[in-house]
Ligand binder design. Structure first.
Ligand code: HEC
Ligand code: HEC
Length: 469
């Protein structure tokens, strides 16, 4: 203790001195120091309020949370939309299976026959041992039991089987968007490979498949024609085509006697494009998604379009009240947001670099934009008009049969996409019905119809440019 006493004394003295100094600080000529410190403190406080608080605020859950919520939502919608596009039947099994008994016809198809009708097999859905057996030629591709096994595995693109309680056979069948709007890359074998969503299936003979259904009385009733006529119409479509307007206007053949069906279009590269389908004025992507899932796939849902009440233009739809569909069990409406989101996310496949002559393509680009006037309608980089992208048949120099089946009597400026690919995407030709088999035919048509007077060299350059976009 003795040791500490002097120190305590010293400590007391120091405290007293400090107190004095503080007193002096506040009450003496050192006041300006105080003002300086106060100012600096105030400035720091202001800085905190102006700069740091907002920074802190950004780390509060609501703001960063909303940013995250957008990204999270995008991911979730992509996943949901993909699932819907590939696998959802929207309850359409009640029509294709329960009513038409299409599953009975599918059960009789050998895998070879199914592939010949353009049905595709998703290689990723096949278990490794089955892949091995196929490779070794141990799987009987002439046996319909193999088709059933594939359908059971969810491996047949766009087709979903509903099995009997013991799992031995099919009791019904439904269809998905992927049936007509997906194909495969043939990486395993022709017709078997990885899915290519959004690529139109231009091999699929959907008419022939539907025509094979045992009971077509539903179409007979809707269209008011005997079943053999229904079958004849369905069989007239051919590969890669479908007639979406048949159930509206009942027109099965064009005035020239050719089938009224149109080519299955690509479902990719549609972001930024206003009107959809070949004739456009129906509406946007989500309009058409609702239209097709309700009225073409015969899913269960809600659909409203009073334009279909027009008895003259759409006698079949008006009679059946298709523009006022309200099923109590709506399996469609809730899926439309994500479905649209997924479709808009599908990019346009790019041409392989060696698939066109780039020098000629550069020259062709100038012709496309200037002398040939293509870009007045196909505005790059959308290659359709931003806005009301519709034209009369006369403007593009063709007949107006298909245009007149749509509300606005026009054709939609087709957004030019992946024109290099005539193996899959543009198999079956160009324009809504594939009337021009090749790009040179398209260009010659415009040259004549629009009186462009392109030289052979200019035509060739223009075609190279078309192949490059
Ligand atoms: C049976 C074949 C078939 C099925 C199934 C089908 N579509 Fe289509 N789809 C077509 C045809 C054919 C057209 C062109 C119709 C027209 O122009 O009149 C089309 C057009 C479209 C378009 C417009 C494309 C463009 O270029 O603007 C979109 C989008 C679309 N379908 C989405 C879907 C979705 C989503 C589903 C599932 C809910 C679906 N389709 C189911 C055949 C089909
Ligand atoms: C007046 C507007 C207009 C002009 C000008 C025009 N097009 Fe088109 N184009 C259309 C419309 C509309 C369609 C859709 C036709 C149909 O569905 O049958 C189309 C379709 C096409 C297609 C077929 C796309 C497909 O997916 O099948 C190609 C290729 C094409 N145009 C290239 C051209 C070229 C090349 C030029 C210039 C020489 C040109 N277009 C000028 C409006 C136009």
């Amino acid at each position: 203790m003795a040791f500490f006493l002097p120190n305590i004394g010293l400590w007391r003295e120091e405290v007293q001195m400090k107190r004095r100094k503080t007193f002096v600080f506040f009450h003496s000529s050192n006041r300006h120091k105080f003002v300086t410190v106060a100012c600096v403190s105030l400035a720091l406080a202001l800085l905190f309020v102006i700069k740091l608080l907002p920074l802190l605020a950004q780390t509060t859950p609501e703001v960063v949370g909303y940013d995250d919520a957008i990204s999270h939502n995008a991911q979730q919608m992509l996943a949901e939309g993909k699932q819907t596009f590939r696998f959802d039947t929207f309850g359409s099994e009640a029509f294709w299976g329960d009513t038409l008994k299409l599953h009975e016809a599918v059960a009789k198809l050998s895998p070879k026959k199914a592939l010949a009708l353009g049905l595709k097999v998703d290689a990723e859905a096949l278990p490794a041992d089955l892949v091995e057996q196929i490779k070794q030629g141990k799987v009987d591709l002439d046996d319909p039991a193999t088709t059933l096994a594939l359908v059971k595995l969810n491996a047949v693109v766009g087709v979903k089987a509903f099995l009997t309680p013991d799992g031995s056979g099919m009791k019904s069948i439904g269809i998905n968007c992927a049936l007509c709007h997906s194909t495969v890359d043939d990486s395993f074998a022709p017709g078997i490979g990885h899915r290519l969503d959004g690529w139109p299936n231009r091999d699929l003979d959907v008419g022939a498949i539907v025509a094979s259904a045992p009971d077509l009385s539903a179409f007979k009733k809707l269209l008011g024609v005997p079943e053999p006529t229904v079958r004849k119409v369905l069989k007239s479509w051919g590969p890669g085509k479908f007639d979406a307007q048949l159930v509206l206007d009942g027109k099965a053949f064009r005035p020239d006697g050719k089938p009224a069906a149109t080519l299955n279009p690509a479902a990719f590269g549609l972001a930024g494009v206003n009107n959809h389908t070949w004739t456009g004025s129906w509406g946007n992507v989500t309009y058409w998604n609702a239209f097709v899932s309700n009225l073409e796939m015969h899913g269960k849902g809600t659909f409203f379009d009073p334009r279909l009440d027009d008895k003259k233009k759409y006698p079949v739809a008006a009679k059946a009240g298709l523009g006022h569909k309200r099923d109590s069990d709506d399996q469609i409406t809730g899926k439309l947001p994500a479905l649209q989101f997924y479709q808009l996310a599908m990019p346009v496949p790019k041409p392989p670099p060696d698939s066109f002559n780039s020098e000629a393509a550069t020259r062709g680009q100038a012709i496309f934009n200037n002398k040939a006037k293509c870009a007045t309608c196909h505005v790059p980089p959308l290659f359709t008009e931003p806005g009301w992208n519709l034209h009369s048949a006369q403007e593009i120099g063709i007949d107006d049969f298909q245009a007149k089946r749509s509300p606005d009597n026009r054709y939609r400026t087709a957004p030019l996409r992946a024109l290099f690919d005539t193996q899959k995407i543009h198999k079956g030709g160009f324009y809504h019905d594939g009337r021009f088999a090749t790009l040179p035919e398209v260009v010659n048509h415009y040259d004549k119809a629009l009186k462009l007077q392109l030289t052979e060299q200019e035509k060739n350059d223009l075609i190279e440019y078309l192949r490059s976009i």
